[in-house]
Design a binder for this molecule. Structure first.
Ligand code: NAD
Length: 368
């Protein structure tokens, strides 16, 4: 059972503080009803940090993040900061956190709860009960490789991004994915484009090698374009998918939309384990700061609450309370409670804070 674990809250911008406020309700509930307590600190990141400190992430905040058991982040960014210098823009703070905490494995589940199957853009029977986990390499590849630049050339400009991976980078993310596949249905798809990219050739070789350490896992290689197609054709064929930063970004958004709404999607990013088995970790909803509805108490807090449940499971080994929270989300939706983004005919439209309240009521029922 988790107790006095160090947790850093970084609400960020836009709807970030609103959805994080609902997680606080869950934390209070755990404290009161389950005697699970956290040593909770809160700090600024993104635009909020730019406004106060002139940078999207101070060294002091980074230091805190490096020394807690887990970080929960809301969202960063918004039109107010669209024109700040590139190196201090809100997203730069997020990228620095991921890079300096060495959070190389981004876990993005795509679960389709039965109550939400109707909201998917695919046919209900294709997605109902869907349960996929995408493991995306998140500190390497095309988003970080050097050179990365735009230069002037005769007659225009030339832009360069570099896709680069080392054996070690591929090994460590594949190990995380094999490990997780072993805790699920034992099936792993390794996704790249070995047909046209050298990084894909190396990725395939390394995944095959690591697979020998996990003989119980069924490993299948798939090209990224085929994977995109299969995700919308027959998504239930997948259990765990491991892929690079760029393909993972795209494929996880694609898988995400199978489940209905951005407001429902949690994520986790983990570092490698140190000698004591501890991993640094950051948990965050997949959605952004939703400036169009910020400050209106309309946001769906479930992605952030489900991110917190992932934290309990992966950082604090508290699967019981994670199950409880996930069960409460399922029951709240089954009761017909909906925020605007997932509203359906005949359902009850609630605000962000009312959704948080409804969830704690369901927690109360489940905990008796
Ligand atoms: P977004 O995810 O913020 O919003 C896209 C659409 O989904 C909007 O219509 C929004 O209202 C809706 N939406 C998103 N989350 C919702 C929620 N929880 N409940 C209800 N509706 C929700 O993406 P965007 O509009 O492309 O970006 C807005 C800002 O967020 C930009 O500044 C962008 O850079 C930033 N962003 C940050 C992150 C992050 O912090 N990890 C991720 C993506 C975008």
């Amino acid at each position: 059972m988790a107790a006095n674990k160090k947790l850093l809250f970084l609400p960020g911008d836009g709807i970030g503080p609103e959805v994080m406020g609902q997680v606080r309700k869950v934390i209070d509930w755990l404290d009161n009803r389950r005697h699970v307590s956290f040593d909770l600190d809160e700090d600024l990141v993104g635009g909020a940090a730019i406004d106060t400190h002139g940078t999207s992430l101070t060294d002091a905040t980074l230091d805190k993040a490096m020394n807690v058991d887990a970080v929960l982040l809301g969202a960063v960014g918004g039109p107010k900061w669209d024109n700040v210098a590139r190196d201090i823009r809100p997203e730069a703070g997020l990228l620095t956190l991921r890079k300096d905490m060495d959070l190389f494995a981004n876990l993005r589940p795509a679960n389709c709860l039965p109550a939400m199957a109707e909201a998917s853009s695919l046919k209900e029977d294709l997605v109902s009960g869907l349960d996929i986990l995408i493991v995306r390499e998140s500190t390497g590849g095309a988003y970080f490789g050097q050179p990365k630049m735009i230069e002037d050339i005769e007659g225009g400009q030339r832009a360069v991004d570099t896709q680069v991976y080392t054996t070690a980078e591929i090994e460590r993310v594949c190990r995380v994915a094999f490990d997780l596949a072993g805790k699920r249905n034992g099936k792993l798809h390794s996704v790249e484009k070995a047909n046209v990219m050298e990084t894909g050739v190396l990725w395939r070789q390394v995944a095959t090698e690591i697979g020998k350490e996990f003989p119980e896992i069924e490993l299948e290689h798939m090209y990224a374009d085929n994977c995109a197609m299969q995700l919308v054709r027959a998504p239930k064929q997948f259990d765990v998918i491991v892929t690079d930063n760029l393909f993972g970004d795209i494929l996880s958004d694609c898988a995400a939309m199978l489940t209905g709404s951005l407001g429902m999607l949690p994520s986790a990013t983990l570092s490698g384990a140190d000698q004591s088995g501890r991993r640094r970790a950051m948990y965050e909803p997949v959605h952004g700061s939703a400036p169009d509805i910020a400050g209106e108490d309309k946001a769906n807090p479930l992605a952030t609450i489900l991110s917190f449940a992932m934290m309990l499971r992966y950082s604090f080994g508290d699967g019981d309370n994670a199950d409880l929270i996930e069960g409460a989300v399922k029951n709240t939706l089954a009761r017909g409670i909906r925020t605007g983004d997932i509203m359906q005919d005949g359902m009850e439209l609630v605000s962000c804070s009312q959704m948080g309240q409804a969830l704690t009521e369901e927690l109360d029922k489940l905990a008796v």
